[in-house]
Design a protein around this ligand. Structure first.
Ligand code: NAD
Length: 387
């Protein structure tokens, strides 16, 4: 396969701490690519607008050119974006995910030695969560209590569907939870392929199908059927195991026996809770990377999972690791694994020696607190091998 020498990466700096974590991530990735390929490959960063700064300049939070750039280059990376208050767009992140139909929210969760954790054995946490991104109760199909729409919806439920289980119909709000066969299949397919490509043996379908029999139960049933149909050979030969777990049990087990789980495939709401709980087990919000991916078109947007942290913005305090690790996911996505490995090694070394931003260093034994810029230079030095 021909080596791509220059990879264009559209980039949204983001709001609040976004410009700081973005600058850090770019510096670290550039260093890793230079070190790994000695100048034969490079990243061309292409800044595209979104969020508060885009609104100030162009009067829109998400200019069409930004979506067009992500579509053209199939990848991109973004810092956190503020959620606009008031009318218009509900959430920029949701708008981006929907605009590109990025149906997988991918969240790898691992622990770095040295990082403080609330659990006894954080080293046993090594999971990759495939969270469905386009369906479920998250679809935004809901009506406010007391609205004419809620009344009309209840009318339909009671008169046409014979539903008489709503305890307080006058004051109930209603939400709809669509879960489809196609939506489930593309998510579970992506999870199984990922497991096989990355030498991970188990895919666990996490659901609440014992209670929500047709939606979450459907997810489980369609997931197993897809796995058997498309990965039957790998399952029969023992290369892949597909099992399932009820979500409440999973949340307990992931704390008690995290080593039992490797790739987790789940629906939108369960995935939201699971990703954040697992992130907390390995050091919290500044450490968890993420990506939103459409495995059919190949479109992927990588992002830090924390918000704009307005309380520390511009103070050189933010931990850029979440964005740096999202950059690592990007490098792996385009097959630049050597550069990705250099970044991971530098982070491992740094945390192992207690060198970290204040949020982590203050909880580490012998921690050496660093500002964002100092931490970034320290990672780059380790990549170049000059520390
Ligand atoms: P937040 O993640 O911005 O901050 C929560 C707390 O964690 C704050 O005390 C902050 O200082 C701290 N924190 C967050 N990231 C950190 C890091 N990397 N290093 C050190 N400390 C860090 O959540 P919030 O305050 O609820 O949200 C602020 C804004 O961000 C809102 O507008 C929200 O909608 C938006 N948001 C965006 C995204 C995204 O773009 N992916 C995600 C979540 C929230």
């Amino acid at each position: 396969m021909e080596t791509i020498k220059n990879q264009t990466v559209p980039i949204v700096r983001g709001d609040g701490v976004g410009p700081e974590v973005t600058a850090s991530m770019m510096q670290v990735l550039d260093a890793a690519v230079e070190k790994a390929y000695a100048g034969s490959r490079s990243i061309r960063w292409m800044e595209v607008p979104a969020g508060g700064t885009a609104y100030e300049k162009f009067g829109t939070y998400l200019p069409e050119e930004t979506i067009a750039a992500f579509r053209q280059y199939h990848i991109g990376i973004k810092g956190p974006l503020m959620t606009p208050v008031g009318g218009g767009i509900r959430s920029l992140n949701v708008a981006l995910r929907q605009g590109l139909d990025l149906y997988v929210c991918l969240r790898p969760v691992r622990w770095f030695k040295g990082v403080a954790s609330p659990v006894k054995h954080p080293e046993k946490v090594d999971m990759v969560v495939f969270r469905e991104n386009t369906e479920d109760i998250y679809s935004g199909i809901e009506w406010e209590s007391g609205s004419p729409e809620a009344a009309r919806f209840y009318d339909f439920l009671s008169k046409e569907m014979g539903v008489n289980k709503v305890r307080f119909p006058e004051t109930s709000a209603f939400g709809v939870k669509p879960v489809s066969k196609e939506g489930t299949e593309r998510l579970v397919r992506a999870a199984c392929r990922y497991a096989l490509d990355h030498g991970r043996k188990t895919v666990t379908l996490v659901h609440k199908g014992n209670i929500m029999k047709f939606t979450e139960g459907g997810f489980k049933k369609w997931g197993y059927e897809l796995a058997e149909r498309e990965f039957g050979e790998e399952i029969a030969s023992g290369r892949l195991t597909v099992n399932d777990c009820i979500c409440d049990a999973f949340l307990q087990n992931a704390l008690l026996y995290p080593e039992r789980y490797s790739v987790v495939a789940t629906m939108n709401l369960n995935g939201d809770y699971i990703s954040d709980m697992l992130a907390a087990q390995v050091g919290g919000i500044g450490m968890a990377p993420g990506a939103n991916i459409n495995y059919t078109t190949g479109d992927a947007i990588f992002e830090a999972t924390h918000g704009t942290a307005p309380d520390i913005a511009g103070k050189d305090l933010v931990n850029p690791s979440s964005n740096i690790l999202s950059g690592v996911m990007l490098l792996e996505h385009i097959g630049w694994n050597e550069a990705a490995a250099l970044v991971v090694k530098a982070l491992e070394e740094s945390f192992g020696e207690g060198c970290a931003t204040v949020d982590l260093a203050r909880l580490m034994e012998g921690g050496k607190p660093m500002g964002t810029k100092e931490f970034t230079s320290n990672i780059c030095r380790r990549i170049y091998g000059t520390t």
